[in-house]
Ligand binder design. Structure first.
Ligand code: ADP
Length: 501
């Protein structure tokens, strides 16, 4: 089975969040499950630098679709190639005027959304649809799998390109419903989105064009990255205004939990650590902790319960709850280390709160992969107090590194962490600390329970050992995606609408 995997980030070439980790690991796992996967990515500079072309570039059909197909001085091209490091086959969507810029993939260096994002990501959707409908005579996918709003127009364009002919089936995966790709209604014309689709049953979202909604309305199957999140987005609280549209398509929605690439996230072999450890021999963790305390200017106290977070600093991630509970955390003898980047207001509040506790709390800003590994390995507790969390990866990394997750009971966090209730400690299923009330006092309650468990060293060690034994590898999710693709192909065949390839 041939699968075109359409996304915008790929670890280690370009990463702003979990999407990149998934983009690296899931295609490889699908490959191992017997699928032939090719990625389609915009040729951002860092991605292009890690890819070697291995076949002549292809033109995109330009009679319809977004205006940029016809207006760019150098027409966009599809470049078949492979990722140099992994050998993963890819298509690069090469349009230097759109993708080769200083700054981030979605925002400029000042943090402003690129003003032409509608055209930049519509082109990605168009390229996906073109490949889906046979733009490469040597390789046509059986399924197009589009990820997040950036690829949201792919399912719609697939249907437009096919006209009355057979359509290649599509899967749309929501990694985060809160980022929707909203643009003015007037951009429809320039993107080749028919006016007839600009309504509540189509791509309209409160008078705006929504790329996310296009993916949700036109994909043949919708997935989210955890089963709990698949349920949550059907509710007004978590549906980001799309819960009605989602409820109307609920039969097509399923949740498939993300996995972890344990070749990268393994404390026994992690090359970014100075010392190694595993469930049998944990002593190396103390050395990593001491080195981190030294690096961050924290007092070198082996017994200090070290809490940490590695995160985007955004309202979603709940870090604004931290300043209110920090004094008690420190008073109880704990320490706090945060690595984060994002919202300057949250950063400012954290900085101010942490400055009151020199030697006990440290904030590092910016994006730092090596420090992220050291912090997750060194800490005793990893904080993930998200307001909502589609899956979350750092709690899964924490489990593997014996760093007990402390999480809000939402989405993938609720699906993957079992609270240290007395019953759960007793039956051996406890793996972390879960709080239900999204408030500073709710968070503080879980922090107190972490201190309480720490005072029972045998229980702490048992929970830690159990946490480290948990496995969330990609094998099972890959099988679930494969079954989903197969069910779509079965349906397409039943309707006589599958392109033979
Ligand atoms: P999201 O994708 O919503 O940001 P996830 O938990 O799914 O959250 O994935 C976050 C990924 O990004 C993890 O691999 C985490 O280690 C990494 N990460 C987040 N912030 C930073 C940072 N400041 N420096 C390094 N890695 C980070």
């Amino acid at each position: 089975m041939k699968v075109l995997y359409v996304c915008t980030e790929l670890y280690p070439l370009l990463k702003t969040g979990g999407l990149a980790d998934v983009g690296a690991a899931l295609p490889a796992a699908l490959q191992a499950a017997g699928c032939h996967v090719r990625l389609l990515l915009p040729a951002f500079a860092s991605i292009a630098a890690g890819v070697r072309a291995d076949a002549p570039a292809l033109r995109l059909p330009a009679r319809a679709g977004p205006d940029v197909l016809r207006t760019l001085e150098t027409p966009p091209m599809l470049v078949p190639g492979h990722v140099i490091e992994s050998g993963q086959p890819v298509y690069l969507l090469d349009a230097p005027a759109l993708y080769q810029r200083d700054g981030g993939p979605y925002q400029d260096a000042a943090g402003q959304e690129w003003s032409d994002n509608a055209a930049r990501f519509a082109l990605l959707g168009w390229a996906a649809a073109a490949l889906g409908q046979g733009a490469d005579p040597h390789w046509q996918p059986d399924v197009v799998h589009a990820h997040d709003w950036h690829a949201g127009l792919a399912p719609l364009y697939l249907k437009l390109l096919a006209g009355t002919g057979p359509v290649t089936p599509s899967v749309f995966t929501v990694h985060n419903l809160a980022f929707q790709g909203l643009f003015s209604a007037s951009s429809c014309a320039a993107l080749g989105v028919p006016e007839s689709l600009f309504n509540i049953d189509g791509v309209e979202y409160h008078g705006l064009l929504s790329f996310m909604k296009a993916g949700l309305q036109f994909a043949d199957a919708i997935t989210t990255v955890s089963p709990r999140y698949a349920q949550e987005i059907l509710t007004p609280e978590q549906g980001c205004g799309l819960d009605g549209a989602l409820r109307a398509r609920r039969e097509r929605i399923s949740g498939i939990l993300n996995g972890v690439d344990y070749a990268i996230w393994n404390p026994a072999t992690d090359p970014l650590l100075n010392a190694h450890f595993d469930g049998q021999c944990i002593s190396g963790k103390a050395r990593v902790k001491r080195d981190l305390q030294r690096l961050l200017g924290l007092e070198e106290r082996p017994q200090a319960l070290l809490f940490a977070a590695v995160t985007r600093l955004s309202e979603q991630k709940g870090l604004h709850l931290v300043p209110a509970m920090l004094p008690e955390l420190v008073e109880r003898g704990g320490q706090l280390a945060i690595l984060g980047s994002g919202d300057p207001a949250i950063e400012g509040a954290l900085r101010e709160a942490m400055a009151c506790h020199p030697g006990q709390a440290a904030l590092r800003t910016g994006y730092d992969e090596a420090l992220a590994h050291c912090i997750i390995a060194a800490a005793d507790v990893i904080l993930v107090p998200s307001r909502f969390e589609p899956c979350g990866l750092t709690q899964l990394y924490g489990l593997r590194y014996g760093t007990l997750p402390l999480v809000h009971a939402v989405g993938g966090l609720a699906d993957t962490v079992t609270d240290c209730s007395l019953e759960a400690i007793d039956d051996g299923s406890a793996s972390g600390f879960v709080f239900h009330d999204f408030s500073a006092s709710g968070l503080l309650g879980a922090v107190r329970r972490a201190f309480a468990l720490r005072r029972r060293p045998a229980d702490w060690s048992a929970v830690q050992r159990h946490a480290m034994q948990q496995r969330f590898d990609w094998q099972q999710p890959a099988q679930a995606y494969r079954s989903l693709y197969q069910s779509l192909l079965g349906t397409a065949l039943a309707h006589g609408s599958l392109v033979s390839s």
